[in-house]
Design a binder for this molecule. Sequence first.
Ligand SMILES: Nc1ncnc2c1ncn2[C@@H]1O[C@H](COP(=O)(O)OP(=O)(O)O)[C@@H](O)[C@H]1O
Ligand SMILES: [Mg+2]
Length: 278
Amino acid sequence: MSLLEVRDLRVRFGRRRPAVDQVSFTIDRGERLGVIGESGSGKTVTALAVMGLLAENAVVSGSVELAGHAITALPERDLARLRGDLVTMVFQEPMTALDPTMPVGRQVAETLLLHADVERGSARARVIELLAEVGLSDPVRVAAAFPHQLSGGQRQRAILAMALINAPQLVICDEPTTALDVTVQAQVLAKLDQALTASGAACLFISHDLAVVSQICDRVLVMLEGRIVERGTVAELFSAPQHPYTRGLVEAASLDRIEPGQRLPTVAGLLDDPAGES
Ligand SMILES: Nc1ncnc2c1ncn2[C@@H]1O[C@H](COP(=O)(O)OP(=O)(O)O)[C@@H](O)[C@H]1O
Ligand SMILES: [Mg+2]
């Protein structure tokens, strides 16, 4: 049995077309799966469904099974226990994930103390150790700092430490480096890659950038308007993209290497050019 099994997931908000529709995929233990698609294609909603964190107004059908737990059927009390323990999530906006009134190290330690049976003293040691592991060169100083005293890259590393500290089986990363500049982004991704390898955690990695996904994942889903339009290995998508949208992504990813900041083609752009040849 896979670690995560998503079957025929559909999420609707009101009477609009489903935000996510007919979405099925699995992630094995220790495996990394990328989800790529433009803004509004349903990537975050899919991740929130796996976390059991969808908004009250979401109407959900299909099933999400994580390590044998039927996420879509569990009460909030049970979901809260799984989150932070079995599955954690790194959100796109680093500031929203941190409490501005509390030193960063204490926040990481609280996450550990909440879920694991450890002494305060050893929790602090573990926090410093993990902050160093995610590439913070002065972990003691970072632990004592408030979020606003850190750079964006330092904050996102601290959040990574928070996501990893309870050795979850699945780490969901939702555009974790989008807010960072290209150099810092590459460093954070390298640390994420190392940390996942060291812990053996599986990862669902969301991005709008195929070049970024290819640094973490082997296998990729391509989403467009709530549906999976293509799936394959990074190598397969780069060498033989089938869907016009995927062809656009591949083109943008290769252009990115020459010209940082190149934007992805929009759906509207694809409709102008259905063959995706240009
Ligand atoms: N709580 C909500 N209420 C209504 N619509 C929502 C809600 N959350 C997401 N949506 C809609 O679902 C669609 C998919 O959103 P999302 O998964 O966030 O896209 P992205 O691929 O950019 O992460 C969008 O059209 C978005 O407006
Ligand atoms: Mg999103």
